[in-house]
Ligand binder design. Structure first.
Ligand SMILES: [Zn+2]
Length: 257
């Protein structure tokens, strides 16, 4: 009796699992029925649903991260800034604009912690300066599509003011009113680090950067004395401690004349 019951139970289980499986969609199902194929042909001729438009909706490959804004400028809180005082003395920045920590073609660099990105309070500038830097980044991306992102260092503190050694490392004699920005020369080994020796600097890109920033009509572009970079005398000047970055100083756009 027990044996008969057990056999009957196995038979019931086998039948029910088999029936269950048959209800599931079969990955190896044969081609659609002729009527379904005819529908697909009709759809192909319809201007509303073409096979191409259907294919675009089918996800392929691994999931992609959420898209960045089409333009990094859209993520910036723009304000009309005012630079007060002088870059090296008594400078202040009113309504400064924060450069994003990174964006297409650039990453900010913390020259004290020697890491990316730069801390938030070290990247405030006059809105004209932030706009100009992003324009040069765009040109850089077009010119060197395979180069590593540009490392952008310190601008000014949120309200400007002294940016000396008490803020880390050597500090800055200037960078007080949002009109100065440091940009690091890309390295030949492509590492996202500031160069530590002149031999690590990609000389072709370094000279291109000098030329690109000169074209933005700055007051000064300071470069390192060991790099042999050239530009209009009086604007491009060699300065110690600038063999690993350019320092661009802009005229105060709020000053008359
Ligand atoms: Zn500087």
């Amino acid at each position: 009796m027990w044996l008969v019951s057990a056999v009957a139970l196995i038979a019931v289980v086998a039948i029910s699992t088999g029936a269950g499986r048959s209800l599931l969609p079969d990955r190896d199902a044969p081609d659609p029925s002729p009527s379904a194929t005819a529908d697909a042909d009709a759809a192909a001729e319809s201007p509303r649903t073409t096979p191409e438009s259907l294919q675009e909706k089918v996800p392929t490959g691994p999931p992609t991260p959420p898209p960045e804004p089409a333009d990094i400028r859209e993520s910036i809180t723009w304000r009309q800034s005012t630079a007060l005082g002088l870059p090296m003395s008594g400078g202040r920045l009113v309504d400064g604009v924060q450069l994003p920590s990174s964006g297409p073609g650039f990453v900010t660099w913390d020259p004290v912690l020697k890491e990316v990105p730069n801390r938030h309070w070290r990247r405030y500038g006059h809105d004209d300066v932030v706009r100009t830097v992003l324009n040069v980044v765009d040109r850089y991306r077009e010119e060197f599509p395979n180069a590593p992102p540009l490392l952008i260092g310190d601008l000014s503190r949120p309200r400007g003011g002294d940016f000396g050694p008490q803020w880390g490392s050597l500090g800055h004699a200037s960078h007080q009113n949002g009109l100065d920005v440091d940009v690091y020369y890309p390295r030949t080994d492509r590492k996202l680090l500031g160069p530590t020796t002149p031999s690590q600097v990609n000389p072709r890109i370094a000279q291109w950067l000098v030329d690109a920033f000169v074209a933005t009509e700055p007051q000064f572009v300071f470069t390192g004395p060991s790099l042999g970079l050239t530009g209009p005398p009086g604007i491009v000047q060699a300065l110690v401690n600038h063999d690993n970055h350019l320092h661009i100083r802009y005229y105060n756009p709020d000053s008359a004349g």
